[in-house]
Design a protein around this ligand. Structure first.
Ligand SMILES: Cc1cc2nc3c(=O)[nH]c(=O)nc-3n(C[C@H](O)[C@H](O)[C@H](O)COP(=O)(O)OP(=O)(O)OC[C@H]3O[C@@H](n4cnc5c(N)ncnc54)[C@H](O)[C@@H]3O)c2cc1C
Length: 466
């Protein structure tokens, strides 16, 4: 174990993408770095190990993306999904810096793969990691270790001694013993609080009990809470998060990417009362998957069921859990424990409303319903070809947005006067709400962590040297 009695130059809390970007940069600047990670080594990498791709601006197609994606288009996408809830100066800085991010990652040993096709259709805008997020993180860990940064696993940060925006020491619990570690600067990169159901209840009430958490159980927001309690300025709100529909049979934590259910646009989705509640065919799935977690979260019991017939099998990414299958809608209702009469009526009314049209699975096809509430505006086809399939859905929380406000040097801002901290920097999910007040564009989470992680690492090393 690292000698915790001596002060470090830079202490980094967490060992996800943002933390390692900070640690690598600070080490490259000559700082002596300690990383404190709550998870055991075999579960290292936080939510970052579940990722697949990063969105970045680029002028033309490359080996990894199929076409250009300008900073302006990226900005328009961000503005649309956040409805303006973003700090424009910080967001533009991130998007502009994004152009060089894959190159930086490759220099640290990360590998990308040729563009993929698939339901999320991100091949033009996002570069995918060869081997996925875990391999990407292993490359960053290898680089971190090569540079001499020390990593302490199974170590939970339980306290920060903060005076006038200056962190004097960090309390770290290891094997039931608390150590006070001092460092000239700290980078807090301990993720959001999505694994803290009690905290989620502040935004969602009791409904949060029924949420499933797609990522690490260690992101319970301890260091975030300590910063807020010490006067750091909050950004975004307790109920703002990225949430997608995942299979209700998934584990409570860490199910990762494989638990997502992508058939919604080809389905009808009913709640536990067996009635529909939202237009399933509003737009292509990449533009809608992130609203469906929240939609399901607002339904009674936080559960819903996507129902398709034989015609739609094979049109979407295979699911990790098999569909619940039946030869009739009545039998399916019984298997899903739904009221068979009500589900029968829902399907009959829906089928009666389906208008003739040319079905096209790949793009909005205008196949719609009439006289059905809510309408289905694309991919509306009668459910009439057995077998019928049902997937139970629950909200899968990816990460939360409530965080701490930072400036362009990644310094945490304190109090009504927005006083920049002396030696406290933040990166990643913990401050993503500065850019993402609401909404999401796929591949932005890692980008925010990369850009702010590197800024935080550089600034923290500079602060430590002075
Ligand atoms: C299933 C899934 C798929 C995703 N796919 C993508 C994608 O393809 N592209 C993308 O850009 N984003 C994706 N995201 C979002 C992305 O994972 C996050 O935005 C990003 O990884 C956050 O990085 P981070 O470093 O801030 O946090 P994390 O990677 O979660 O790291 C935080 C670390 O802090 C540690 N920690 C927490 N509390 C403490 C404490 N008290 N003491 C010490 N350590 C502590 C945790 O153990 C964890 O290791 C996905 C998320 C999930 C869950």
């Amino acid at each position: 174990m690292a000698d915790l009695s001596q002060p470090f130059d830079v202490l980094v809390i967490g060992a996800g993408n943002a933390a390692l970007c900070a640690a690598i940069t600070a080490s490259q600047e000559g700082a002596r770095v300690l990383i404190i990670e709550w998870a055991p080594r075999e579960f290292r990498g936080g939510n970052s190990r579940h990722t697949r791709n990063i969105r970045y601006a680029h002028a033309e197609a490359t080996d990894y993306v199929t076409g250009p994606y300008s900073v302006d288009e990226y900005w328009e996408d961000l503005l649309r999904v956040t409805a303006g809830r973003t700090n424009e100066a910080l967001a533009r800085m991130v998007l502009e810096m994004s152009e060089r991010v894959p190159e930086w990652m490759m220099r640290q040993g990360v590998r990308f793969q040729p563009p993929l096709t698939g339901t999320l259709g991100l091949a033009r805008t996002n570069a995918f990691f060869f081997g996925g997020g875990k391999t990407m993180m292993n490359a960053l860990f290898a680089k971190t270790e090569e540079l001499g940064a020390e990593i302490l696993y199974d170590a939970q940060v339980t306290g920060l001694e903060i005076e006038g925006g200056c962190c004097k020491s960090v309390s770290v619990s290891v094997d039931g013993e608390t150590h006070r570690v001092s460092a000239r600067a700290i980078v807090v990169a301990s993720g959001g609080f999505e694994a803290n159901i009690e905290w989620l209840k502040e935004g969602w009430g009791e409904a949060a009990e029924n949420f499933l958490i797609r990522g690490t159980p260690y992101n319970t927001g301890g260091p975030l809470r300590i910063l807020l309690d010490n006067g750091a300025r909050p950004v975004s709100d307790a109920d703002q998060c990225h949430a997608v529909p995942i299979d209700a049979r998934s584990p409570k934590f860490d199910g990762g990417i494989a638990t997502r259910v992508d058939c919604v646009i080809y389905s009808i989705v009913v709640n536990k009362n067996a009635v529909r509640f939202h237009d399933e065919g509003e737009d292509i799935w990449p533009k809608r998957y992130a609203i469906w977690g929240r939609l399901v979260a607002r339904q009674p019991g936080q559960i819903a069921y996507a129902i398709i017939d034989a015609k739609s099998q094979g049109l979407f990414m295979p699911t990790i859990y098999p569909a619940i299958e039946a030869d009739t809608i009545r039998e399916l209702a019984e298997k899903l424990e739904l009221d068979a009469d009500v589900l029968g009526k829902t399907v009959k009314d829906f089928n009666a409303g389906v208008q003739p049209g040319e079905f096209d699975a790949a793009q909005p096809d205008g196949c719609h319903t009439q006289g059905v509430d809510p309408p289905k505006t694309n991919w509306a086809r009668k459910l009439d070809t057995p077998p019928y399939y049902g997937y139970p859905l629950r909200p899968g929380i990816t990460f939360t947005y409530l965080g701490v406000e930072v400036d362009e040097t990644a310094r945490v801002l304190f109090g009504a006067r927005k006083k920049p901290a002396d030696n406290i920097f933040a990166a990643g999910e913990l401050m993503a709400g500065n850019i993402l007040g609401q909404g999401y564009v796929g591949g932005l989470g890692l980008l925010i962590g990369n850009v702010f992680g590197r800024i935080a690492g550089e600034e923290a090393a500079r602060r430590a040297a002075n």
